[in-house]
Design a protein around this ligand. Structure first.
Ligand SMILES: [Zn+2]
Length: 444
């Protein structure tokens, strides 16, 4: 039973929607993405807004910052000490405003149109920050007795490597955030529709409720081709751009193999058992990303003048590696695939080894499954492998059982990091209740 009366949820959900609008309206853009039109105000401004809410409810908090404008906020509700703490983690920064936003949609207005709230950070990830904050407010407001400390941490800089965010907190203030469990963003955690591209949107059914237990690591590679430089009056065979194109063609022609680990194998097995669907063989890009290393060219450079052959051309390739992929072996594979005369591969980001997955048999998983069954009936609750990379990685390195959530039921792409980012408000309201009840189930 939830310690919050049924009749109180609508007003808590209203409050969450208002809080989300308030946080989205603070443009806490990661500084590298800031522009004249959209300058960054820094995460400290978001910390202050959160601190305000906590203070009004009588909850103490601290803003901890390595760089003044880029603060992190930490607050703790002390339990009776009979069980270890749970950490509610979320990042306060957002990426910049790239791409073609619909002119009528302001990226920081948090307007609701046809049931969707639009704005940078609505999906990634102020929605979850708000759910965490609401959890703290509700525990205090309702005087809910709890055994575990509940720690809220809103952190900076996740979108740019977390050096002044969770990594710094772990380094300098570990005692303030150390916990047995954590809940943080995780794209594959939450109720999920059939992800296969072959199923038309109107036929998609809800298939499972996910909880992310492991994720990928990022390796950033740069492929550079060197060629004949000079006058562009003759079609030289060793043109750097041609060489780069050949390397990219070879890369696309060599997809990475499906490789399973205990979490992804159990997940694939469950989907096959319940629905007769073999996701591992499905060609949809998002499905393949669950089971293979994703190798994605994102930036290209080459040439200076229309009539000049450039000496070099390069492409940046972001590689999201499975937890079990060995970095050295992957690098050898990449270099062998794209290799050729005048082509070399360098790396700007090399990830640490993968961490073990968070256990499928914990009190947090049990609490989540219980609430998910209450809300979604017989849908299976499955541990998933994330296709992205989050701050949970650093917590798993410290031995925290970290899980990723995205409690938004949505058939439309939320376009995180893209134009017109948005979330369905109804489903956000449902997610508020789902995650708050999960935490209450876990801590009481
Ligand atoms: Zn995020």
């Amino acid at each position: 039973m939830s310690p919050i009366p049924n009749t109180d949820w609508p007003s808590l959900q209203d409050e969450a929607v208002d809080l989300l609008k308030e946080l989205v309206r603070i443009p806490s853009i990661t500084p590298a993405d800031a522009t004249l039109e959209y300058p960054s105000v820094g995460e400290t401004m978001v910390c202050r807004a959160i601190q305000d809410k906590l203070t009004k409810e009588g909850i103490a908090s601290e803003i901890l910052a390595k760089v003044e404008r880029r603060g992190n906020i930490v607050a703790r509700l002390k339990g009776d000490g009979t069980a270890k703490p749970v950490l509610l983690l979320g990042h306060l920064d957002v990426v910049g405003i790239d791409g073609n936003w619909t002119p009528s949609i302001h990226p920081f207005a948090a307007d609701v149109v046809d049931g969707r709230m639009y704005g940078r950070g609505t999906a990634d990830m102020k929605c979850i920050v708000v759910i965490h904050l609401m959890t703290m407010l509700a525990i205090k407001r309702y005087g809910i007795k709890h055994k575990r400390d509940v720690i809220l941490a809103g952190v900076a800089a996740e979108e740019s490597g977390s050096a002044v965010g969770v990594r710094w907190l772990i380094d300098k203030h570990w005692d303030k955030i150390a916990a047995e469990f954590s809940l943080n963003e995780g794209f594959t955690g939450g109720p999920q529709y059939d992800p296969r591209d072959s199923v038309p949107p109107e036929e998609k059914k809800l298939l499972w409720v996910g909880l992310e237990a492991i994720e990928k690591r990022i390796l950033v590679a740069k492929i550079t081709a060197i060629g004949h430089a000079g006058h562009a009056s003759s079609a030289q065979a060793d043109n750097a751009i041609n060489r780069l194109a050949t390397a990219l063609y070879k890369l696309q022609a060599h997809p990475r193999p499906v490789t399973l680990n205990p979490i992804s194998a159990a997940f694939a097995h469950a989907v096959r058992t319940y629905y007769g669907i073999d996701l591992t063989a499905d060609p949809s890009a998002r499905v393949q990303a669950m089971f293979t290393d994703a190798v994605v060219p994102t930036l290209i450079h080459g040439g200076t003048e229309i009539v000049v052959l450039p000496e070099s051309a390069s492409v940046t390739v972001v590689c999201r590696l499975l937890p079990t992929t060995k970095v050295g072996e992957f690098q050898q594979w990449l270099e062998a695939v794209v290799g050729g005369p005048g082509v070399e591969v360098t790396y700007s980001t090399v990830p640490p080894p993968g961490t073990p997955a968070s256990s499928p048999n914990t009190a947090l998983v049990a609490a989540y499954a219980k609430v998910a069954h209450r809300m979604y009936g017989d849908l299976p609750v499955l541990l998933t492998q994330g296709i992205g990379t989050t701050d949970s990685f650093y917590l798993r390195q410290k031995g925290v059982a970290a899980y990723g959530i995205h409690p938004l039921l949505d058939k439309i792409d939320e376009n995180m990091h893209g134009p017109d980012e948005s979330i369905p408000v109804d489903s956000f309201r449902q997610g508020v209740r789902m995650i708050m009840e999960t935490v209450l189930e876990l801590v009481t």
